[in-house]
Ligand binder design. Structure first.
Ligand code: FAD
Ligand code: DHB
Length: 414
């Protein structure tokens, strides 16, 4: 037998997008359910992003999620750009008049969100299977799933939020013709990422273009480093024993007088790189947010920040629709988000193209990469363009009076 329920918003996926959306909706007085295919432990341990724009940090603080972020996050003024054996600091705080970036792992954001939703007695179900969305042509779409005990459920909703990542079921459920444009590009390389019990050998993140490929030195805590190496897209991880990874990182990141501290590697994995944008990000009353709608290559650190900005807009739109009876923002959701998504897609594509080197690369290509990097470290205007795009776009300021995030980028709707 199927158990039937009713809620206002059915959310598929308990990644950062789905969890934050349910938190923001609750603040605005809108009910939701979040269903997630994986276990809570898996979601809390999945190693991914770590770099937050200051706009993301400000929003998380304003909605009661800043306590551990403020205590444990590592606030950085900018980044280092390294090329041709030279390392240059780009000070975002100075260039943007106060914006910064914070290192705080996605795992920790997910833990904070799950704790907050659980404390709020939110409807949040892990380890569900056979998730389906139906009735997408009506004003009451339906979410169906089987819970971890094998019980089938059917939830009638006023809206569905597809926050189920790139491989989720919501985007493919959009009827033929419902997506106008699916823009995609894959890159011939991936990132081999490690998490290591080795104190970071840098105070701020280093993006390094080296003749043998890109390397990135990031961190998680003062004791744990997070580092990445460009490898071929189809690379076999077994070809990278720990010693080879450390040797290659030292070779690519090395500058005179600097030593890379090494230590036990706690985790390693290879991530392919692609750009993907689905347009529009909504089909009637089903809205896509985060990686379900778009993927950027990780150079530029935009994926998680875009997911946060999407759901800030979506929560506002759904609260206006379902609490206040005003559909204007919900109708404009996709158009609003895509402006920022394409700007971030451009930044990620540009940084990726500038920093990665493929074997046998055309010398013309290499000279253009170096000319752009040289321009960034010698021209204040060029560095400001990077700083503005890297640290975030329009502010995400929560307004406690209306319990929504006002949307200054939507001049055409009240
Ligand atoms: P996800 O985190 O993918 O969450 C989707 C959830 O939906 C998952 O929990 C999944 O299990 C669930 N789900 C899927 N299908 C179903 C189903 N049928 N039923 C129920 N649940 C389902 N971004 C940055 O901003 N900064 C960075 O520094 C950065 N670095 C990165 C480094 C790496 C190595 C990687 C891989 C990504 C990085 N990103 C970064 C990108 C960032 O991690 C993602 O953009 C972010 O996870 C998107 O969040 P999301 O909630 O949209 O999707
Ligand atoms: C991290 C990841 C990124 O993609 C990036 O551009 C910077 C930092 C990180 O995992 O810390």
């Amino acid at each position: 037998m199927t158990v039937k329920h009713r809620t206002q918003v059915g959310i598929v996926g308990a990644g950062p997008a789905g969890l934050l959306l349910s938190h923001l909706l609750a603040l605005g007085g809108v009910d939701s359910i979040v269903i997630e295919a994986r276990s809570r432990a898996y979601c809390e341990a999945r190693q991914r992003a770590g770099m937050l724009e200051s706009t993301t940090v400000q929003l998380l603080r304003a909605v009661g999620l800043g306590r551990r972020l403020d205590a444990e996050g590592l606030e950085h003024d900018g980044i280092y750009l390294q090329f041709g054996g030279e390392r240059h600091h780009v000070n975002f705080r100075e260039l943007t008049g106060g914006r910064w970036v914070t290192i705080y792992a996605q795992t920790e954001i997910v833990k904070d969100l799950i704790r907050a939703r659980t404390a709020d007695r939110a409807a949040l179900e892990f380890e569900v299977s056979e998730t389906e969305v139906a009735g997408l042509d009506s004003d009451h779409p339906v979410l169906r799933y089987t819970d971890s005990a094998g019980q089938r459920h059917e939830v009638t909703c006023d809206a569905i939020a597809g926050c189920d990542g790139f491989h989720g079921i919501c985007r493919p459920a959009i009827p033929r013709g419902g997506l106008r444009l699916v823009a995609e590009r894959s890159y011939p390389y991936g990132w081999l990422g490690i998490l290591a019990k080795a104190p970071p050998s840098t105070d701020e993140v280093i993006y390094c273009r080296h003749e043998d490929g890109f390397a990135l030195h990031s961190m998680r805590t003062p004791e744990v480093g997070r580092l990445y190496l460009q490898v071929p897209a189809d690379e076999d991880i077994t070809r990278w024993p720990d010693d080879r990874i450390w040797d290659e990182l030292q070779r690519r990141l090395g500058v005179p007088g600097w030593e890379l501290q090494t230590g036990p590697i706690l985790e390693k994995g290879i991530t392919p790189m692609r750009s993907f944008v689905a347009t529009p990000m909504q089909y009637r009353r089903m809205y896509l947010a985060g990686d379900a709608a778009h993927i950027v290559p990780p150079t530029g650190a935009k994926g998680l920040n875009l997911a946060v900005a999407d759901v800030a807009a979506l929560a506002t739109a759904l609260i206006r629709l379902l609490r206040d009876g005003n559909p204007a923002l919900a109708d404009a959701y996709s158009e609003h988000c895509l402006e920022r998504v394409w700007r971030a897609t451009h930044l990620a594509w540009w940084m990726t193209a500038m920093m990665h080197v493929v074997p046998g690369q055309d010398p013309f290509e290499s000279a253009l990469q170096l000319a752009q990097l040289r321009n960034l470290v010698t021209s204040r205007a060029a560095a400001t363009m990077l700083a503005e795009n890297y640290t975030g776009y329009a502010p995400l300021r929560y307004d406690p009076a209306t319990r929504v995030v006002p949307t200054p980028l939507w001049p055409w709707v009240a």
